[in-house]
Design a protein around this ligand. Structure first.
Ligand code: AMP
Ligand code: ZN
Length: 469
């Protein structure tokens, strides 16, 4: 298996630290709002990486954090007049709902920054003791970048350039830095903010330290894969390497994987630019499986532009696969036992070669786009070779293979139970009655129930019309 490694800038053969096991850490979201579909890209991509390792028989220990203390969370809490904890707990719960909708498996561990402060204090102290960090007069603790000779090795930046770059930017409150490139490990509290006691000052951690600490606690000093979006390469991941390697004296992660951006009109989708759709918004229009399928239709290192056309194409493509599996299921209900015919045996051999094609694509740095093409070829083969006269053995094998590969992609092949027209009409009539009775709450509830089942109502002059989402 080959993985493109940001550290070496080439595809490296994957060799696990421990045979049969993969330890991976994926930087998770800062929880102050619903996640947008840009944030969903790393979730879907690295969940698929995990699923493929599992398909190959590896045991995967997958850790992904929630950053639940941060300026943006505090700002939102102040706006709403609640504490920061209320905000982060709410959006962690909402994020988990979105993940479930996208069929992203829960991580082995989802640590929270606020629950790992002790470990952070410990690592910061180690860094100070080893001369890699220092306390400024105001209580801020900085990492001494100059002391870590390999600084810049991930982002391929040179420390001299970085220093001159940083010198241009003067940040108030950071006057106590020895060097412009140094970064914060611990900072003093500000009025009204959550804080923890520490030997240096009452305050809170800088952003980078949490990942170094959680990764070590749940996976050990050394891990196989560390991943996230490409905007995290610098400074976040560069700083994580400096912290972890300086504190532990060992190589931190062997493979660094970064997904490219999800764009809209060729610009990065982001909260700050305001050009985003939340996963929740998309779920009102599409089954989130369509979003997942759309994300995987491109290689994870290629930028992907979000558009309604591409989503429609993904919806149609996905339907083609699901219809095929459903047809195979129908044929199976009445299929006869018996030896596979010669034609079936030949088709089965072709099927095996498509499985090999799928695996070759995934082995080549998780090329999901080509892997999906192999699934489509299998669907085409199934549609042209399987019918009500096929043997049970053949149908079972084709169906199981397609389902197995779809599962690697995180695509659920079972069709959702469809609500019958008769039932829809009955519910619409009940809603009309509720409206006549001026019981608008009930009317809204019925509309909501139908929406949950994928039925959209439209009130027109000619009466109520409905359509399937
Ligand atoms: P954040 O909450 O901003 O720290 O982001 C959480 C994860 O989403 C990180 O791995 C980011 O790199 C990733 N991310 C944010 N925006 C995008 C985007 N438009 N496309 C792809 N990944 C993104
Ligand atoms: Zn991180």
């Amino acid at each position: 298996m080959k993985i493109y490694n940001t550290l070496t800038r080439r595809k490296d053969e994957f060799v696990p630290l421990e045979p049969g096991k993969v330890k991976m850490y994926v930087c998770g979201p800062t929880v102050y709002n619903y996640i947008h579909i840009g944030n969903a890209r790393p979730m879907i991509v690295f969940d698929t990486v995990r699923r493929y390792f599992e398909y190959k028989g590896y045991e995967v220990n997958y850790v992904s954090n929630f950053t639940d203390v941060d300026d943006k969370i505090i700002k939102k809490a102040i706006e709403e007049g609640v504490d920061a904890d209320t905000i982060s707990k709410r959006y962690i719960a909402e994020c988990k709902k979105d993940m479930e909708g996208m069929n992203v498996k829960p991580a082995t561990t989802h640590p929270l920054a606020t629950e790992e402060i002790c470990g952070m204090l410990e690592m910061i102290q180690t860094l100070i003791d080893k001369g890699y960090a220092y306390r400024a007069e105001d209580g801020t603790v900085y990492f001494r970048v100059k002391a870590f000779k390999e600084y810049g090795k991930l982002s391929h930046k040179n420390l001299d350039d970085l220093q001159s770059g940083f010198r241009e930017i003067k940040v108030t409150g950071e006057e106590g830095k020895e060097d412009s490139a140094d970064f914060v490990l611990w900072k003093p509290k500000k009025e009204g903010e959550p804080f923890w006691e520490s030997p240096w000052c009452n305050g809170r951690p800088g952003w980078h330290i949490e990942c170094s600490v959680m990764s070590r606690k749940y996976l050990g000093d050394q891990i196989d894969i560390h991943a996230g979006g490409e905007d995290l390469i610098f400074p976040h991941h560069e700083n994580e390497i400096a912290q972890s390697e300086a504190a532990n004296g060992k190589t931190f992660a062997n493979y660094w994987m970064h997904n490219a951006f999800l764009n809209i009109d060729n610009r990065k989708m982001s909260k700050s630019l305001g050009n985003f759709f939340t996963v929740r918004e998309i779920s009102e229009k599409y089954d989130l499986q369509v979003l997942r399928f759309f994300m995987l239709s491109a290689h994870y290192r290629s930028p992907l532009n979000f558009s309604a056309e591409l989503m429609e194409a993904s919806k149609n493509g996905l339907e083609r696969i699901l219809n095929c599996v459903s047809r195979l299921g129908d044929f199976l209900k009445t299929a006869a036992d018996g030896e596979m015919s010669e034609a079936e045996q030949a088709a089965k051999a072709e099927l095996d070669s498509l499985v090999a094609k799928f695996e070759a694509a995934m082995d080549d740095d998780f090329n999901t786009a080509d892997a999906i093409s192999a699934i489509f070829e299998m669907v085409k083969l199934a549609n042209s070779t399987a019918d009500e006269n096929s043997t049970k053995g053949y149908l079972e094998q084709v169906k199981a293979q397609i389902e197995k590969l779809c599962d690697v992609m995180g695509i659920i092949t079972e069709k959702k139970e469809e609500i019958l027209e008769e039932e829809i009409e009955k519910m619409i009539a009940a809603r009309q009655q509720a409206r006549k009775d001026k019981n608008f709450a009930l009317a809204d509830e019925i509309r909501g129930q139908l929406l949950e089942k994928g039925i959209i109502l439209e009130d027109t002059r000619e009466g109520v019309k409905w359509k399937r989402a």
